[in-house]
Write a protein that binds this ligand. Structure first.
Ligand SMILES: *Cc1c(COP(=O)(O)O)cnc(C)c1O
Length: 436
């Protein structure tokens, strides 16, 4: 992937917000790294999603994959924009509930739900997608005691194959998720499982996250739609009423352009699976990265600059603790980096290849290698773009580095307003969490 380094950092709401954050000293010696989230951007992304899937006569419920940005105020903003929550652990469910998201707009997926989690979800009326036959047996026992308040479905692995990032591809032949549809006897087993359980009303699929081409995602949805048709025909009634198509719309990390768009995906689905939109099925979506990635920035101080073996190195406060995937799998997760000076101006000058290093004590803690940027100086700042999903919201506690503060911003041409979304973790909290 080529990285675009030519757009003016100051242009647009993000540039205004970075400049204001620097001038207002949101980043300081005490707080050398922060996360910023564009709240207007979140609302715009939600509105684009609603518009893209706004087909007449089709009931669509959008949920946000909480793991992409597990911050209560972010979920609350999305909820006010009509987006519920997809949760995959008791912690994520608690965060979604704290954000005020109703059970009817919450979906529980996870390959390892405990009996207690299942019981709670079924009682609350949260939609549950069973991952495997053993889980379905567990749900059988719970439903015998008390009927589920909310809908129950089954997650299917359509086994349509991998995208460009193996670790993110959930529809491979041997993926750990869902019931493998193309395994021998699986389809017959699924049809039978639904016929035996009139309360099973949904099918779920999620082909993967990032690196999955739209056509492959659509193929996964088509397989699940075909299965729903088969089950409904066998049942002689419309037993399956909702198809949950997961998330996974990839994000373009190399420029500010959002591509593909929600509309691109909806149009691809319409071409490949026209029956999805004929009004006979409700639809649930679970997008994460595509709603939040472009709304976030990590802003970090350059503590020192140095040179080693002819390589210019900027030692910053943003490393594996906030950009874990980029540090450990740099080929799959390249990030754009901007250079800013301490007065809140984009740093100018000839681009020089530099390593942008983090604070962690291992050699590979680099968020960019040999990146051409104006030569950074001590006290400058680096901005890591497109980090609103799975970055500062997914802290990695290496070196006991504290979780940084996250600010939401609302920017227009004349002003930028910040609000705290997550306080920085204090050292006392860190010690307490570490058994102190
Ligand atoms: C992670 C995940 C999502 C969200 O994926 P994105 O790539 O962030 O859109 C949706 N559904 C399930 C089941 C997931 O595991």
């Amino acid at each position: 992937m080529s990285i675009d380094v030519h757009t003016s950092p100051l242009s647009g709401e993000r540039g205004q917000a970075i400049a204001a954050a620097i001038r207002q000293r949101l980043v300081s010696a005490d707080q050398p790294v922060v996360g910023l989230i564009d709240l207007n951007g979140l609302r715009r992304a939600a509105a684009e999603l609603h518009a893209a899937f706004g087909f007449p006569d089709v009931e669509v419920r959008h949920t946000f994959a909480v793991k992409a940005a597990a911050l209560v105020p972010v979920l609350r903003h999305l909820w006010h924009a009509g987006i519920g929550a997809e949760v995959a652990s008791p912690g994520e469910l608690a965060i979604a509930r704290a954000a005020g998201i109703s059970a009817g707009h919450t979906v529980l997926d996870s390959p390892a739900k405990t009996e207690a989690e299942l019981r709670e979800a079924l009682e609350l009326g949260i939609a549950v997608n069973a991952d495997n036959p053993q889980e379905l047996s567990r749900i059988d026992a719970l439903v015998r005691r008390a009927p589920a308040v909310g809908p129950v479905g089954v997650r299917v692995n359509a086994q349509v194959g991998a995208g460009s990032i193996g670790a993110m591809s959930t529809a491979t032949a041997t993926s750990k998720f869902g019931i493998a549809l193309r395994d021998e006897g699986a389809e017959e087993w699924l049809v039978e499982a639904f016929l035996k359980r009139p309360w099973l009303t949904r099918l779920h699929t999620h082909t993967g996250s990032q690196g999955i081409p739209l056509a492959l995602m659509a193929e996964g949805v088509a397989a699940v739609h075909a299965l729903a048709e088969k089950i409904n025909a066998a049942a002689g009634r419309r037993q399956i009423t909702v198809l949950d198509i997961g998330g996974g719309l990839p994000v373009n990390f190399s420029s500010d352009v959002m591509t593909p768009t929600f509309r691109d995906y909806a149009q691809t689905l319409r071409a490949v699976v026209p029956g999805l939109f004929d009004g006979r099925y409700g639809i649930v979506t679970e997008f994460g990265r595509s709603l939040a990635a472009k709304q976030g920035v990590v802003l970090a101080r350059v503590e020192y600059t140095k040179s080693a073996g002819g390589r210019a190195i900027a030692v910053t406060h943003a490393g594996a603790q906030v950009a874990t995937r980029t540090v450990f799998a740099p080929e799959s997760w390249p990030l754009r980096v901007e250079a800013w000076d301490a007065s809140g101006r984009p740093r100018e000058g000839t681009a020089v290849p530099q390593d942008i290093a983090g604070p962690c004590c291992f050699a590979g803690d680099l968020v960019a290698r040999e990146r051409p940027l104006p030569l950074l100086e001590q006290g400058d700042l680096v901005a890591l773009l497109d980090t609103g999903a799975y970055y500062f919201s997914t802290h990695f506690a290496y070196n006991s580095l504290p979780r940084p503060a996250v600010y939401g911003y609302t920017a227009d041409e004349t002003s930028v307003r910040f609000e705290i979304l997550r306080r920085p973790q204090t050292l006392d909290e860190l010690v307490a969490e570490s058994g102190g």
